[in-house]
Design a protein around this ligand. Structure first.
Ligand SMILES: *Cc1c(COP(=O)(O)O)cnc(C)c1O
Length: 378
């Protein structure tokens, strides 16, 4: 089954009993048993719910894994994965991981004794140098936020296999439509499904796909023990979103390319970060592991004041955090998502005050160009 077909016909489709073509929303907490311990596969909805299970089967299939799990948010998903480790275990992370992931690792899960290192995973040598006797996993994002840095997943998975570590990929930015990390040796794939998978800025959710029975047991044990599950209504909404992921990503790809070409013509705009550009660092690696480049672009408009002006004056770009929606979104990382990073460190990372990040949506691209140009030259 090809990708676009799989998004619509994968997992569990419809309802056998009634012929309904959409999976029913099982708004239920408990299930009648015929005798003690004799149930029809469901006992209690924290452990398992048929609507959530249909979503879990779908994400498992589209990422090509052994099992899938649905959580109440991307952060709940990431936290559950890290809770499969023990006190004293060590995990290596991409140095510009999602801000919420950094906060959870450095202010919450660290209190339970999980050790962490943050390295530039686009240089695999830095990963090797950070491995200790207690390292259990390598966790990467590719492309990263907001500079869209690329990590070579095949190389990292070779290191992980060699040292007996788990290789974890947060695949939120690329989506399973363009990139499937398990094909490149990842053991665990995580999504903030709040972004492209949901796609309509109307649901907060997280997904995990694992590639083995043991990892499935470990993750389900934490999910069931700590309870960060996704409810049936949101599971249904997410399946509805995933059905159109293919067509949305194709259109976003076209729109984004077009917008990048437009930006390249503007003298006010410098340092365009977009993995689809030949000149983008890591472009050659990205091309070998992803089928598309996604809808995220970062670029410099010269100063914090200029960035402010643009954000205040755009009409069709929504000034908001988040990404991956039908609406185009615009933000200034230095003042929003990355404000908690000290200014010196931000500059070191290349996150200048004039850096603007956009998530291109599904509006008519000519409107987006006109809108941006008016705001820039006001
Ligand atoms: C948004 C995001 C998260 C967190 O997901 P939530 O659904 O907001 O909890 C994690 N990783 C990446 C890359 C994200 O963009």
């Amino acid at each position: 089954m090809r990708k676009k077909t799989q998004l619509i016909h994968g997992g569990i489709t419809g309802d056998e009993k009634t012929g309904a073509v959409s999976v029913p929303i099982y708004q239920v907490s408990t299930y009648e048993q015929d005798g003690v311990g004799q149930h029809k596969g469901y006992e209690y909805s924290r452990t398992g719910n048929p609507t959530r299970f249909a979503l879990e089967e779908l994400i498992k299939e589209i990422e090509g894994g052994y099992a899938g799990f649905a959580f109440g948010s991307g952060m709940a998903a990431i936290t559950a994965v890290l809770m499969t480790y023990n006190q004293g275990d060590h995990v290596i992370f991409t140095d510009d991981v999602y801000g919420g992931t950094y906060r959870m690792i450095s202010k919450v899960i660290n209190r339970f004794g999980l050790e962490s290192s943050f390295v530039d995973t686009s240089h695999v040598e830095s990963i090797e140098a950070a491995i200790t006797d207690r390292t259990r996993a390598i966790y990467v994002e590719t492309p990263t936020n907001p500079l869209l840095k690329i990590t070579d997943m095949k190389k990292v998975s070779d290191i992980a296999k060699d040292k007996g570590l788990s290789f974890i990929v947060d695949n939120t930015f690329s989506t399973p439509y363009w990139q499937n990390p398990i094909d490149f040796g990842a053991d665990i794939v995580i999504h903030s499904a709040t972004k492209y998978l949901g796609g309509h800025s109307d649901v907060v959710a997280g997904l995990v796909v694992v590639n083995s029975e043991q990892l499935a047991e470990d993750v389900h044990f934490v999910l069931n023990s700590t309870g960060g599950i996704l409810g049936p209504q949101d599971s249904w909404l997410l399946m509805r979103g995933i059905k159109t992921l293919g067509i949305r990503m194709e259109e976003i790809e076209t729109n984004t390319r077009d917008f990048v070409e437009f930006l390249q013509e503007l003298p006010e705009v410098t340092n365009i970060y977009y993995p689809g550009l030949d000149s983008h660092k890591g472009h050659d690696i990205h091309k070998t592991q992803a089928r598309g480049h996604g809808g995220m672009i970062s670029f410099d408009v010269g100063s914090g004041e200029k960035a402010d002006q643009v954000l205040r004056n755009v009409k069709y770009f929504t000034l908001a955090e988040s990404l991956g929606a039908v609406e185009s979104l615009i933000s200034v990382p230095a003042k929003m998502t990355h404000a908690s990073i000290p200014a010196d460190r931000r500059r070191e990372l290349g996150i200048s005050d004039g850096l603007v990040r956009v998530s291109i949506g599904l509006e008519d691209i000519e409107d987006l160009k006109e809108d941006f140009l008016e705001a820039l030259r006001k």
